[in-house]
Design a protein around this ligand. Structure first.
Ligand code: GUN
Length: 296
């Protein structure tokens, strides 16, 4: 089994961003990402900290706006509008889930599409669907980069995506069935019947369901490539913090059956952040009327 390492893949993305960051700085443009974190979800706090850390390693400015659990929708929207109007801010991201999930749609739609480095705004999703994207969604494109860098071809492959969430499953399944990716995609979700029969046809199985270690070897075809998007916390008294991270896949059980697999942690997670950095640089270019960069 070949481990598909996210850190190695992320490093290759960062190398490609460096010369553009340097050239922006020479033109007195300091790339800047502003992150909004509402409430005290411990996992979200870790993700946001890691995003800020990646910014500082790449010399991208970042600001974290921490709002209390009880922040109102209007307080969040006012902050977003201020950031929309600040020419120094190139990228805006509001970490999801929000304490009040009902606010998420309006929050996403209030972020200016040119600053929407998550690629969650309907304008960016519309461009993606019509195959004229500006930004690419972070986790889906991170997965595509991992596959590309490891020379895993997508064209004509049977790809099964587990999960239809707005962050991963839905955008990823749309992209992979599109021109240039050319996979035959099946999406499974909570109402899908005979899931094992479907997943057993997958040349590439991508799980984004967020259910800890729920996919065993009986779901997987021999020599399949497995992408484990799940980052689930499970109680572990031996670990400091009292938990450990596991994926959706029973990794120990399937490792002798699969050709390649992303580990958890250290697989898809670092690549989500790498694409966020890529989008932030492209947002800075876009807002300064300069051509965007493409990853190789
Ligand atoms: N929550 C889980 N993943 C993500 C992501 O990629 N972006 C945002 N904004 N929130 C998330």
């Amino acid at each position: 089994m070949i481990p598909l390492l996210g850190k190695t893949a992320a490093q290759k993305v960062y190398v490609q961003l460096q010369s553009t960051i340097a050239s922006l700085k020479q033109q007195s443009i300091q790339p800047c990402l502003d992150v909004i974190l509402v409430g005290n979800d411990p996992a979200s706090a870790v993700y946001v900290k890691n995003k800020a850390l990646a910014c500082s390693k790449l010399n991208i400015t970042s600001h974290i706006h921490q709002l209390p659990q009880e922040a109102t929708k209007n307080e969040i929207l006012t902050l977003i509008r201020n950031l929309n109007n600040d020419p120094k801010v190139h990228g805006i991201l509001c970490q999801l889930p929000l304490p009040n999930k009902a606010n998420e749609v309006e929050v996403i739609q209030t972020i200016a599409w040119k600053k929407d480095v998550d690629c969650f705004h309907p304008s960016n999703l519309g461009k993606l669907l019509s195959e004229t994207p500006i930004f690419m969604p972070c986790t889906p494109f991170g997965i595509i980069q991992i596959l590309r860098q490891n020379k895993i071809d997508l064209a004509g492959k049977n790809v099964v995506v587990l999960g239809r969430g707005h962050t991963v499953g839905r955008p990823l399944s749309c992209i992979l069935s599109g021109k240039g990716y050319d996979s035959t995609v099946t999406v499974c979700h909570s109402r899908t019947k005979n899931i094992k029969t479907i997943t057993s046809t997958a040349d590439i199985l991508i799980s984004a369901i967020g259910r800890p270690e729920s996919i065993g070897e009986d779901y997987i075809k021999e020599d399949a490539v497995v992408i484990d998007v799940g980052i689930n916390r499970i109680a572990d008294s031996v670990k400091k913090g009292g938990y450990r991270l596991v994926g959706d896949i029973k990794q120990k059980e399937v490792e002798s059956k699969v050709a390649a697999m992303t580990p958890v942690p250290g697989g898809v997670g670092p690549m989500t952040i790498a694409i966020l950095m890529y989008n932030t640089i492209n947002a800075a270019l876009l807002q300064n009327n300069m051509p965007l960069i493409k990853l190789v």
